[in-house]
Design a protein around this ligand. Sequence first.
Ligand SMILES: *[C@@H]1O[C@H](CO)[C@@H](O)[C@H](O)[C@H]1NC(C)=O
Ligand SMILES: *[C@@H]1O[C@H](CO)[C@@H](O)[C@H](O)[C@H]1NC(C)=O
Ligand SMILES: *[C@@H]1O[C@H](CO)[C@@H](O)[C@H](O)[C@H]1NC(C)=O
Ligand SMILES: *[C@@H]1O[C@H](CO)[C@@H](O)[C@H](O)[C@H]1NC(C)=O
Ligand SMILES: [Zn+2]
Length: 302
Amino acid sequence: MHMIMGYERVRVLFLLFLIPLPTVLGWGKEGHYATCKIAQEYLSEDALFAVKQLLPDSAQGDLAAVCSWADEVGHTHRYHWSSALHYVDTPDFKCNYEYCRDCHDSYRHEHRCVSGAIYNYTMQLKSADAGISSEFNYNLTEALMFLSHFVGDIHQPLHVGFTGDLGGNTITVHWYRRKANLHYVWDDLIIQSALKTFYDSDLSIMIQAIQRNITDNWLNDVSTWEHCAHNYTACPNRYASESISLACKFAYRNATPGSTLKDEYFLSRLPVVEKRLAQGGVRLAAILNRIFTSSKTRIAQA
Ligand SMILES: *[C@@H]1O[C@H](CO)[C@@H](O)[C@H](O)[C@H]1NC(C)=O
Ligand SMILES: *[C@@H]1O[C@H](CO)[C@@H](O)[C@H](O)[C@H]1NC(C)=O
Ligand SMILES: *[C@@H]1O[C@H](CO)[C@@H](O)[C@H](O)[C@H]1NC(C)=O
Ligand SMILES: *[C@@H]1O[C@H](CO)[C@@H](O)[C@H](O)[C@H]1NC(C)=O
Ligand SMILES: [Zn+2]
């Protein structure tokens, strides 16, 4: 799950020092692609139909094709407003998250964080599906692309990291022999190393391995992952709380500035990353399934 959050801030630093900008953003492209591929497998017939109606033609019916759209446009002038929606910062070393305390951008505008955005785009899609007209004319194609992306991001532990280090963006480490910041390690490098080491550099093999785990190892957990208290459509506060807890337990641990991260860190953190990709996918599907059944329920009740 990459973090554009950090990315935007880091971009400012790069501009200041006129260093070329890295081209990969957030749960990197691979992480978002995997999350959405997994989600697609779990969509109900109604949700799949609705998703296909909303996808832009360029996606050719494949949700995963547009799951990095929010990152691609996030650094353009037109969508600059969305850059704070990829992450949420929490107080340093507290290792917990609270919506009211933490969900704001750097100007302290309330609700401008990844969990606020998940509520926002869930609500837009849901009210449109239920036929409730809104005073705003939301672009539901964008709502779907933002939602699918942000559900991925919120599962990347360091998208719910500390304020002081910008979710690990200012922590410089070595990933094997390569210099990198900790946020980027979690967005991209763990996944990229896993692809090379275990999956023949083939993302579809990695996705299949995660899917196999969902259907055997984690089968009993899936309904817990999907469930939201009070039958809410989405519960981003829960996903965010899990992420900061994993950030403290796994991402920040033994990754102090200047440290070199290699096999020991890689092999113990990869299962965390793979499980978060699985949870993000399963939950995105559950959210979309709940959004796109409301109209059917309404008709049945009428
Ligand atoms: C909600 O969505 C609208 C339309 O994309 C956007 O203008 C607004 O900034 C979003 N707010 C949040 C908190 O996501
Ligand atoms: C909705 O957003 C998509 C993606 O940005 C864009 O291609 C499309 O033209 C927009 N639709 C409308 C009606 O503005
Ligand atoms: C949640 O939904 C189920 C099925 O529609 C229903 O039986 C249950 O009472 C609901 N629970 C709450 C807390 O609303
Ligand atoms: C599958 O699950 C096991 C046990 O939780 C874990 O160790 C392994 O890393 C997982 N593999 C993938 C590809 O998710
Ligand atoms: Zn992002």
